[in-house]
Design a protein around this ligand. Sequence first.
Ligand code: SF4
Ligand code: SF4
Length: 168
Amino acid sequence: MFLVELARGLWTTLKSMAEKPVTIQYPEVKRPVKTRFKGRHELHRYDNGLEKCIGCALCAAACPADAIFVESAENSDERRFSPGERYASTYEINFLRCIFCGYCEDACPTEAIVLGDNYELSFTSRRDAIYPKEMLLVPVPQGGAPTPQKTEPGVFTRSIPVMENPKD
Ligand code: SF4
Ligand code: SF4
């Protein structure tokens, strides 16, 4: 009996010696995350570059960790950040507080805040753990324009824009 167990153990060792190593050479190689992975937040834009965030602060209200701070300001056709009535003039997430529950994403009426795939979060001070809007906002898509944009009067009249990309 002892010999059988010994042979089984040795066989397991030999088998694993023939297997390909599973070590991933991070950070050069990154393991793909699962579809429902909740990583660092991103603030999304429409195809034309306008920001999806309308500064409603529903995400901050839904956050159980009080990690989000939003301040909003009025858009104008001369200086438009979002297709809504308002935009987030300040948007901050404190990643020392965040528990990555995704409630903010669920609460957002425009799908502006999305928990992405990025898990590389490291800070050397408390201040660095607070990500401002500039760090959360995704780059302007190809063909879009940066914000603020000058837009035609009367095109954007809704407080909360419809979910599809604006037609202009
Ligand atoms: S993921 Fe959860 S804890 Fe983190 S900011 Fe969103 S609601 Fe708050
Ligand atoms: S991210 Fe969404 S819920 Fe939060 S302020 Fe912007 S529009 Fe409102």
